[in-house]
Design a protein around this ligand. Structure first.
Ligand SMILES: Cc1ncc(COP(=O)(O)O)c(C=O)c1O
Length: 286
């Protein structure tokens, strides 16, 4: 199509839209120390191809239907069994929603829990992808000071009191206690207990970004659950991975229904009688 015939979107982009591009489309340097890419030679491509063939032979015809919005039940069961076995998390498949990575999981979580102006506590420096999602939903992000053992409990307490003094209720704490990005530490067990104790006293849920923690042990110890909602990444840039994917794990299964709706429709707004009328009209027209 000639340039003169193309429609120009200049001036039409929403304020929320971000620049197209990013790491995926940039030329690849030989060594990139900003992202933990694995050695491409280590990817088990033959095994992947034969597993895919086996799965397609067995269940390929199911692809004709919409999938379960929470993700493939057998894979959710496997995730739940692994978390129970390795991390003592006591979850079952109904507590797990599969996502395309923890980026999607974080986005859904922030969308589900945040109204513009809501105060959310985080570590003083945290993962850029989450920061962008929080900005997108108008979050008032408040950083809590950390040292090499994690969030400093006295600072957390003082921050909560400061916010209460301003008449603001903190909505939740978002933390990356294992292999914190970008600070690099793993929060000690003692600190995790102290942080949980404070947030419980103040009635604040903990959102645990465990992107780098699936199947990982620290000082030979499996790291137990910490958050009320925990997200894991299975992306190739993480220590234990299936090349792609991620999941949300809920300590409270009641939350899962909300996320199934978000996954299915991108929003969880209840259908009104007017919506029902519209879709009936649309189906009668067909
Ligand atoms: C702390 C943290 N959370 C989330 C993500 C995003 O994970 P994914 O690659 O599954 O989208 C990253 C990426 O490195 C991360 O460091």
């Amino acid at each position: 199509m000639a340039d003169s015939e193309r429609f120009s979107y200049e001036g039409l982009f929403s304020k929320n839209s971000v620049a197209v591009g990013g790491r995926g489309s940039a030329p690849r340097p030989k060594y990139d120390f900003a992202v933990a890419y694995p050695d491409p030679e280590t990817l088990p491509l033959d095994g992947l191809a034969s597993s895919l063939k086996e799965a397609l032979d067995r269940e390929g015809k199911d692809l004709a239907y919409y999938p379960d919005p929470a993700g493939l039940p057998s894979l959710r069961r496997l995730v739940a069994e692994k978390l129970t076995r390795d991390r003592n998390m006591k979850v079952d498949q109904d507590d797990v929603v599969l996502t395309s990575g923890s980026g999607e999981a974080i986005g859904m979580l922030i969308q589900a829990l945040t109204d513009p102006g809501d105060v959310v506590l985080t570590e003083e420096f945290f993962y850029l992808g989450t920061m962008r999602q929080m900005r997108r939903f108008g979050t008032d992000v408040v950083g809590v000071k950390c040292d090499y053992e994690g969030i400093i409990p006295q600072e957390l307490e003082a921050t909560l009191e400061r916010q209460a003094g301003l008449g603001k209720k903190v909505k939740y704490l978002y933390t990356i206690p294992t292999f914190q990005n970008p600070l690099g530490w793993t929060m000690t067990l003692e600190r995790r207990k102290q942080v949980l104790d404070i947030t419980r006293r103040h009635g604040i849920p903990v959102i645990y970004d465990a992107a780098h923690a699936f199947g990982v042990t620290v000082n030979s110890q499996p790291i137990g659950t910490f958050g009320d909602v925990t997200m894991f990444s299975f992306h190739a840039t993480k220590p234990f991975h299936t090349i792609e994917g991620g999941c949300l794990v809920f300590a409270d299964s009641g939350l899962k229904a909300k996320f199934e709706a978000l996954k299915r429709a991108g929003c969880s707004i209840a259908r009104s009688p007017a919506d029902l009328g519209l879709s009936l009209k649309a189906s009668l027209k067909r």
